[in-house]
Design a protein around this ligand. Structure first.
Ligand code: WQD
Length: 346
């Protein structure tokens, strides 16, 4: 019998790519999403890619009564991958209570349901943001957690602690937290990708929108950092590589192959890339020039961070395969796809 996985936030950027990988690896999927930052139409695109339409239940995970009735409807769920959360760092500074309430109440409601229903496996979207500016690079999982610079980042730190304590109290629940570095790119079909609302905060959507002519120029936030070319360094990984890690993580939990109740893995390439190198990669991969200008630093930016992914390489048998150029090329294909009128999707 096929295993059934609940994917919360399954119409979002990383969620939708993970749903595709799950279906292609023989899982049944049900999605919960409140469509706060995504569109129901994504399910049709997932169907175009995979030939399967996963059911989408539209509601807010903070609604515990609604979640209980969901679990009465779907009684055979084998595991949960939890993406649904607010994720804008800047916005979280202005709306801290919204961020704490949304990200933490939804998490606690899900964990509560796992205790009640006996669902044993939980994969949590965490972030390299928990490391702040690490003293040692590349950063491994045992590097110290730094005080969070934003309420958003704090919800990821507190989220990991809530999971750890819940698991200590209940031997039937096992979990994996995946600390993502910087996911970029889009599905090679060009049918799903990142859809930022309004002006993008992240580098790659800003690059693709500038290349498309939607933005006048890209601002490079600082060239006076202590890095070879002066711009900040990050670890950019292809979203499809990232999605595949979730399939491995849920398999590991369902198959009871994890060594402890709660495991944490860095997901990155292991390579640090500067902002200026990222722009060059986009130009090389697409043949399209990006107009950019060096401006002042952005408040709260980390100077440099990249992953030591060796634990995930070793324990999960996972590593990134897609190059930076390939990720940039797919990001560009996706940008062009979403700017075209689609008419009837079918
Ligand atoms: C990357 C680099 C910018 C935009 C992300 C997520 C955050 C958290 C951590 C998940 C930086 C520079 C950007 C622009 C620029 N992830 N930049 N011009 O800062 O690593 O944060 O990872 O939990 O939610 O947002 O990613 O894409 O914003 O920036 O020069 O217009 O690009 O200064 O060096 P960041 P980013």
């Amino acid at each position: 019998m096929k295993k059934l996985i609940l994917v919360t936030g399954g119409t979002g950027y990383i969620g939708s790519h993970t749903v595709v990988e799950l279906i292609e690896n023989g899982y049944d999927v049900v999605i919960i999403d409140n469509l706060y930052n995504s569109e129901a139409e994504v399910v049709d695109r997932i169907a175009k890619i995979t030939g399967t339409t996963p059911p989408l239940e539209v509601f807010d995970l903070c609604d515990a009564a609604r979640l209980e009735s969901f679990f009465r409807k779907y009684q055979n769920i084998d595991g949960i991958i939890h993406f649904a959360a607010y994720k804008a760092v800047g916005e979280s500074v202005h709306k801290p209570l919204e961020y704490y309430r949304n990200n933490l109440v939804s998490l606690m409601n899900l964990l509560d349901s796992m205790k009640k229903t006996g669902i044993p496996a939980f994969v949590f979207s965490s972030s390299c943001t928990v490391y702040g500016q690490p003293e040692k690079l590349p950063v491994s999982e045992d590097s110290p957690i730094q005080p969070a610079v934003s309420p958003y980042g704090n919800t990821k730190q507190i989220g990991e602690e809530i999971i750890r304590d819940t698991i200590s109290s209940d031997p039937n629940i096992r979990a994996i937290a995946l600390r993502y570095f910087n996911p970029i790119g889009a599905h090679p079909s060009g049918l799903i990708g990142e859809l930022p609302r309004g002006v993008p905060e992240n580098l790659v959507p800003y690059i693709t929108q500038t290349a498309y002519g939607l933005r006048d120029e890209l601002k490079v936030f600082g060239n006076d950092y202590n890095t070879p070319d002066g711009s900040c360094i990050r670890d950019y990984l292809h979203v499809v590589d990232l999605a595949k890690a979730h399939v491995i993580a849920i398999e590991r939990l369902i198959g009871n192959k994890n060594k402890s109740g709660f495991e944490i893995f860095n997901l990155g390439t292991g390579n640090g890339v500067s902002v200026l190198e990222a722009i060059k990669s986009f130009e090389r991969a697409t043949g399209v020039k990006v107009k950019y200008r060096i401006t002042s630093r952005r408040a709260g930016d980390i100077e440099k961070i990249w992953a030591d992914p060796s634990l995930a390489n070793r324990e999960l048998g996972w590593k990134t395969v897609s190059s930076l150029d390939e990720a940039m090329r797919t990001a560009w294909e996706w940008e062009k796809f979403i700017r075209k009128p689609h008419g009837n999707e079918n």
